[in-house]
Design a protein around this ligand. Sequence first.
Ligand code: UDP
Ligand code: MG
Length: 313
Amino acid sequence: MDLSIVIPLFNEDESLPELSAWIEKVMIDNNFSYEIIFIDDGSTDDSWKVIAQLRVVNNHIKGIRFQRNYGKSAALNEGFKASQGDVVITMDADMQDSPDEIPELRKILLDGGFDIVSGWKKKRYDNTISKNIPSKLFNAAARKSSGIKLHDFNCGLKSYNNKVVKSIEIYGEMHRYIPILAKWSGFKKIGEKVVEHRARKYGVTKFGWERFINGFLDLFSIMFVGKFGKRPMHFFGLWGTMCFFAGFSIFTYLTISKFFFDQTGMTQRPIFFVAILIMIIGSQLFLGGFIGELIARNSTERNSYLIEEKIGL
Ligand code: UDP
Ligand code: MG
């Protein structure tokens, strides 16, 4: 199969018929073999009914329905597990992403040998200040910390090589960082294509201002887990030891100065408390690292590595 089109949706019943008709047209024009996987993320409107009806007339359409609203990441994760196409496209259900971009996204991916080609909404149609400025900040932070040169990490429209989607797991709100997760898994060839962005035709946006706070927290945990998830001691142990020795040196200095130079009592000097404080913080950090290490050892993931190829085995 050429293409799997994975579409997470939450209360988008008005858009679905138009969207699937448009995708179908693009697929037929380009002669692709395809499937459309709708993941109904616990919609409370008629979305699921509409999907069932669409399936009756087009059996390329498949659906997964969640019992409740788990979020876009969960929906994508399930869609990824189900997808069979050589190239997997993700897009939003609200018609803000244009299906006309699909053939080109696929072509760039295959011709360039990319693992991911991400859309870039260069000209946005939800140009409110509350979306635009935080989004710029957020992309800059993601670029800086991950070293991936993308302008628009969070664009819903992306194409993936099938093996990429099968080897990453997304949950929480990590759909914003799929390129980073992919990079940590060793899929480093990440490209970008300017895509057409359209105004939302039906319904309302499902993400409010909290997205940015959650977004930054998630970025932080992804970077941390990616770097130190399998070796927490290298972070906590290092800082713990440094803190402890900093405190210990101040302490030694205070002791020497008390016995050999001026006779002021150690506890009379504020720096004494600073020394104690950083020694305690240091040992706490060290303990944190040690506990982290024990947890990491117990994790079932501790020895899961992606093997690209084998020979003679
Ligand atoms: N979505 C979802 N589950 C959620 C929230 C959103 O599946 O809990 C879907 C939504 O239906 C849409 C896509 O994720 O297809 C992007 O959401 P939205 O258009 O509201 O975000 P925006 O374009 O405003 O960033
Ligand atoms: Mg949208």
